[in-house]
Write a protein that binds this ligand. Structure first.
Ligand code: NAD
Length: 518
């Protein structure tokens, strides 16, 4: 079946070639791999980082800022099959060097990288803010420090790991975690820095070498991370970054048989392609994919707190996979909820993400915003009711109004498909089973948010909502040792804590006949 909302079709509809979409070009002179692009006073390499050095490609793709689409930030090297081959060859060598280190030695390097991230947090936040328009405040305060924490957390986990040992059937058993080999890490354009560290840290801690392929719409913070990894002292080839388009160098990387793990975050459509490549080479892969989370408000809840959190789902232009985008509100408190929800929504300020007062950021890319607009247009045509919003703040710019839609039915496209923009739906329910039925009625299963003051209901809903994570009376608080992932088309596998270390290892059981050795 053709997915009528795929990026490919949007490219086709707008008569754009992928090159034009990404503004790609050729270099006229031999590129200097050590050249840097000055972005707001920060020197960023636009090139790959392979085998401990910068490598340039002949072709480039343009990176523009969503804050000002006329602002061309950089022309970034556009990797080819040759780049992928070079990166995997370097990662194979890097794997031998890195996996030979003791876990405690690897932990030392990971901690050094964490310290360097903290020391360069301002630059990382500034570049990421320009690159994908995420709110600077939350980058600086939350997401970049979380990146450092991911490395520290895995340093601690791997250094403190105790192998499971026990006796049975006359043998001594021991579970050994063997590093698996080179791992390819593919990340999406939203929150690229934090999400990449979330995946890189366990892969490296487990002893694997890594090749990070960031998204072509926001590739710049990965380049800063490569500089810091270089400074932290990873052996050559242990930490590699390849830039380029997913359908080109991304596809080449995931189909290389020397790659032994693939960790992907992105859309279900791309996961299907990567899954085929992984199956071809019998390579384990994890996929953290899209969501369509319910935010369920029971009459017994703190309605104002629930409404405040619901209005917060518009932040970062709704480009948050875990967002609670389907508001399910108990009928008896709908008016009270709406009163607070509208008030909190009106307090949002759209504008430049670098300004501390801004709460609504721009969409990442014109093509993405046109996709969001397509959802709202089709909702109107299908008879869904637009309660508020439904257009850009200013024509030609990338800020979209917070939008609330009352769907004509639960089958409406805006209820069933991930929009990934500042667009929420509102539905009501009259009983707990009805709320559960609505919550579990999409193909997704990434996250759920429940507001209730009833402890028993909190437990029941936590179990009943089909999702990788269910939050009750809170949102986005995470313990890094907990499993993370999705059900249904929201993903395969679990990351986080030991779950990710197990994924990146070949678990081996060693059994020694008791009394047979001295
Ligand atoms: P996407 O699937 O279009 O791209 C993700 C990455 O895959 C990019 O780096 C891209 O270059 C690469 N890619 C594309 N085709 C490829 C191929 N054939 N082989 C290898 N790599 C390929 O997703 P996106 O639009 O960048 O990100 C948005 C999606 O990510 C949304 O669905 C969102 O919900 C999801 N997401 C999920 C989580 C999570 O933790 N579950 C977190 C963030 C984003």
């Amino acid at each position: 079946m053709i997915d009528i909302f795929s990026k490919e079709l949007i490219i086709h509809l707008y008569c754009l070639q992928p090159n034009e979409l990404t503004g790609s070009g050729s270099r006229t002179a031999m590129p200097d791999p050590n050249e840097r692009t000055d972005i707001d006073g920060i020197a960023v390499s636009p090139h790959h980082f392979i085998g401990g050095r910068r490598v340039a490609s002949d072709h480039t793709f343009a990176v523009r800022s969503p804050l000002d689409w006329n602002l061309r930030l950089a022309d970034v090297s556009r990797g080819t099959r040759r780049t992928a081959e070079m990166a995997v060859a370097a990662a194979v060598k890097g794997f031998h060097r890195w996996s030979a280190l003791k876990p405690s030695e690897r932990a030392t390097v990971l901690c050094r990288l964490a310290d360097l991230i903290d020391a360069h947090a301002a630059e990382i936040a500034a570049i990421e803010c320009l690159d994908m328009a995420m709110l600077h405040e939350s980058l600086q305060r939350r997401l970049v420090p979380r990146g450092a924490l991911n490395f520290r957390n895995y340093a601690e986990l791997v250094a403190g790991y105790e192998e499971r040992c026990w006796s049975s059937k006359g043998t001594r058993n021991r579970v050994v975690r063997d590093p698996a080999g080179p791992a390819v890490i593919i990340t999406p354009w939203n929150a690229p820095f934090m999400l990449s560290t979330w995946k890189l840290a366990p892969a490296l801690a487990a002893g694997n070498s890594v090749i990070l392929k960031p998204a072509e719409w926001s590739p710049l913070s990965a380049s800063l991370l490569a500089d810091l990894a270089n400074e932290a002292g990873f052996p050559e080839g242990a930490f590699n970054v390849v830039q380029g388009l997913g359908s080109e160098v991304g596809a080449d990387l995931v189909s290389d048989p020397r790659v032994r793990r693939i960790s992907f975050t992105g859309s279900p459509e791309t996961a299907r392609h990567i899954g085929v490549a992984a199956a071809q080479n019998i390579v384990p892969f994890t996929a953290e994919l899209g969501g369509k989370g319910p935010l369920i408000v029971f009459a017994d809840a703190d309605i104002e707190a629930a409404a405040r959190k619901a209005a917060a789902q518009f932040e970062d232009s709704g480009q948050v996979c875990l967002a609670g985008t389907r508001l399910l509100v108990e009928s008896s408190v709908k008016s009270e909820f709406m009163e607070h929800f509208v008030l909190y929504t009106e307090q949002h300020v759209y504008g430049d993400s670098r300004d501390p007062g801004t709460t609504l950021s721009a969409a990442i890319h014109p093509v993405h915003l046109e996709r969001v607009e397509g959802f709202v247009r089709r909702a109107r045509e299908a008879g869904d009711r637009i309660i508020f919003g439904g257009q850009r703040f200013e024509a030609g710019k990338l800020w979209y109004q917070p939008t609330l839609i009352e769907p004509a039915s639960n089958e409406s496209e805006v209820v069933q498909k991930e929009i990934f923009g500042p667009v929420l739906t509102l539905q009501t329910f009259d009983s707990e089973p009805q709320a559960v039925g609505l919550a579990n009625s999409t193909e997704y299963g990434l996250s759920g948010i429940v507001y209730t003051s009833d402890a028993k209901r909190a437990e029941r809903m936590g179990r009943a909502v089909r999702a990788g994570t269910v939050w009750v009376n809170t949102f986005l608080v995470r313990d890094l040792t907990a499993p993370f992932g999705g059900c249904g088309i929201s993903g395969i596998g679990r990351e986080g804590g030991d779950y990710a270390l197990d994924f990146h290892s070949d678990l081996k059981t060693v059994q020694i006949l008791e009394g047979s050795v001295r």
